[in-house]
Write a protein that binds this ligand. Structure first.
Ligand SMILES: *Cc1c(COP(=O)(O)O)cnc(C)c1O
Length: 361
């Protein structure tokens, strides 16, 4: 059974929600790179979702995550991430709008020690007035395996939530990347926006690329394709961290999250085969590890600045877009094809400076 966009919107509009973003976020063509590459390349500007110019792809999810939290009488949200977590910063901003308290557990994923002065997202977290809890590097964590660190921070968050709830202060835990089941549905709307905006511009995307990490975005994109019965557009997920077995998020997690969207909308569940057929995970662009710069990605950031004046970031969007660029260079995107790249934000990662600027300046 498939549905029209208005039918899907009606189902989603019935869910608790806090309005946080400007939607639709812009979709525009990269004219210079399209000419250079012989393919039509578009950006979907989730980095400009609002409410401020320093934003990103978590705000869309938080409309529904915090919408549900407020609906349930939650007063405090507790989340975690790296020191420069984009997600934690957006949780802090969104919580302020909703009148909630935000507690952020921020971990030293690179063994750099506690920052002397807050910079980048950490500065914004401070300005936003969030409660920040620093978590030192975990002795068993490595650049390519942060699982012990994330597991430790999950445990800290959950303890905090339990303590708050026991004290009569309703609190909720928001997982890595604000990828909470309450919010997966938001990227169904992202997909509908892309469909409608591209149709209005006179094209249909052959590909949708994005930087894939905590897996809060992809389930919604896949669910939208299943709901619409869309088979021609291929979603290509350039992984920023591994989804192999044993990680916080895996391919199996993604399947379960797609099913969770259908459950949330009270719809008949799709088969695992139908979901997997729409999942294209590429783990070839995440070296040398999470939040560590990759030389080709850095060169891609410089190229996009030079040709289009658009800022990408070293942790996510630079690696994601360098995946798209490599697909073009290898001819994996046929000439004349149309690709939408979801720009998911991350600007503060670039502005935090240091090693993240290697190869760009
Ligand atoms: C979180 C994030 C992503 C990844 O999105 P997920 O929903 O976590 O997969 C990509 N880009 C940026 C800038 C992000 O902050």
């Amino acid at each position: 059974m498939t549905y029209t966009a208005p039918q899907i919107r009606r189902m989603i509009d019935a869910l608790p929600r806090q309005r946080l973003i400007f939607s639709p976020t812009p979709l525009h063509r990269l004219n210079n790179l399209s000419a250079d590459w012989g393919r039509d390349i578009y950006l979907k500007r989730e980095d400009m979702s609002g409410p401020s110019p320093l934003s990103g792809n978590k705000m869309r999810k938080l409309e529904f995550v915090l919408g549900e939290a407020v609906h349930r009488g939650i007063k405090t949200v507790v989340t975690y991430g790296a020191y420069q977590s984009n997600s934690a910063m957006q949780v802090a901003a969104a919580a302020n709008i909703c009148g909630l308290k935000a507690i952020l557990y921020l971990g030293d994923t690179k063994g750099e020690g506690k920052p002397e002065e807050p910079i980048g997202n950490l500065l914004l977290d401070t300005l936003l007035g969030a409660q920040i809890e620093y978590v030192p590097q975990h002795p068993q964590a490595t650049a390519t395996n942060l699982t012990p660190m994330w597991d430790h921070m999950i445990a800290l968050c959950k303890q905090k939530v339990e303590a708050l709830n026991a004290a009569g202060e309703p609190a909720a835990f928001l997982p890595l990347g604000a990828a909470h089941p309450w919010g997966y549905v938001s990227d169904v709307l992202n997909y509908l926006e892309i469909t409608e905006q591209s149709a209005a511009m006179g094209f249909k995307p052959d590909y949708i690329f994005h930087a894939n990490s905590s897996g809060g975005t992809l389930p919604g994109l896949i669910a939208a394709q299943l709901l619409l019965g869309e088979k021609d557009t291929q979603i290509i997920s350039i992984n920023i961290r591994s989804w192999a077995e044993g990680n916080v998020v895996t391919r199996q997690t993604c399947i379960e999250r797609v099913r969770a969207i259908f459950e949330r909308l009270n719809l008949l569940l799709p088969t695992d085969e139908a979901i997997v057929a729409r999942m294209h995970i590429d783990e070839n662009y995440m070296a040398p590890g999470y939040a560590l710069p990759n030389p080709v990605a850095q060169e891609t950031i410089a190229l996009v600045l030079k040709r289009e004046g658009v800022f990408l970031d070293p942790t996510y969007t630079g690696k994601g877009f360098s995946g798209l660029r490599d697909y073009v260079q290898k001819g994996r995107l046929p000439e004349g094809s149309r690709a939408v790249y979801i720009h998911s934000g991350g600007l503060m990662g670039l502005l935090a400076g240091g090693q993240m600027l290697e190869g760009i300046i």
